[in-house]
Design a binder for this molecule. Structure first.
Ligand SMILES: [Fe+2]
Ligand SMILES: [Fe+2]
Length: 186
């Protein structure tokens, strides 16, 4: 388990969204999901450069990890945007209209959340492996300018992902589980 909370800035906490889960989801999609899409494309293009591959003993390993991260993150965000976030919106609206959720359509919100939590862990693991490959290459070589450019891209990506995961794991997901419980048991 990674301690992703340590790098999360003070501004992005529960109070910023005043308990408004719809606004929080919109913020996640417009800020973090769009950052992930742009940053990963940049990282992928960069990692395919010939000069960079010449600097690394196992370029296929690095490219494989980056492609894996790219695919996993895209699939993950698609699932959030098409399945989980609309379900969260449904539960929030159900509360607003004083209704009881029709859970026979989806079971419980805990199921997709469990899947998302596991995918967050996997993404952080892949980033750690990428960092290890880059650190090793940097130690082995003296002339490593292209690596010096890839490092900050990966670090920036990791920092943003930690904030993104904090908002989902520690705010959005526990609050919607709490709301679903309340709606089903009152
Ligand atoms: Fe997300
Ligand atoms: Fe997520």
């Amino acid at each position: 388990m990674y301690n992703y909370k340590t790098t999360v800035s003070e501004g992005e906490n529960a109070n910023s969204f005043n308990n408004n889960l719809i606004e929080l989801m919109e913020f996640i999609v417009s800020t973090h999901h769009s950052f992930v899409r742009n940053a990963l494309q940049k990282i992928l293009n960069y990692s395919n450069q010939v000069e960079l591959n010449n600097l690394i003993d196992k370029p296929n390993e690095l490219n494989g990890l980056i492609e894996h991260l790219f695919q996993d993150m895209h699939n993950h965000m698609e699932k959030e945007e098409r399945i989980l976030f609309p379900l969260i919106k449904y539960l929030v609206e159900t509360e607003k209209f004083g209704e009881r959720p029709k859970t026979r359509n989806y079971g419980t919100v805990r199921n997709p959340i469990r899947q998302m939590l596991s995918e967050h862990e996997t993404a952080l693991e892949i980033i750690k492996k990428i960092r290890n490959v880059l650190t090793k290459a940097r130690n082995d070589k003296t002339n490593n300018d292209p690596l010096a450019l890839l490092f900050p891209l990966i670090s920036e990506f990791e920092t943003d992902l930690q904030k993104h995961i904090h908002l989902e794991n520690d705010i959005l997901f526990p609050r919607i589980i709490e709301l679903e419980n309340k709606l089903l048991h009152t």
